[in-house]
Design a protein around this ligand. Sequence first.
Ligand SMILES: [Zn+2]
Length: 76
Amino acid sequence: MDDADRAQHVSDQIVERIMAQARALNAAPPVDRPGPRICIDCPDHIEAARLAANPGALRCTPCQAEAEAARRGAAA
Ligand SMILES: [Zn+2]
């Protein structure tokens, strides 16, 4: 094995390690993928049915009702 072979071998190992890290990252669910999401106002998950109806929902149903009531109260 000459120096060029050794260098090639080392760079192959580095590429392999980076690819393994990229695969691990791809396996982790991205934050913007639909799935269980946490309410911004409490530690509860936002209900799946609520997310299905409104994928942009930020709060669970009770917190959303509370926020809307507060907004109505502030507007009135
Ligand atoms: Zn909530």
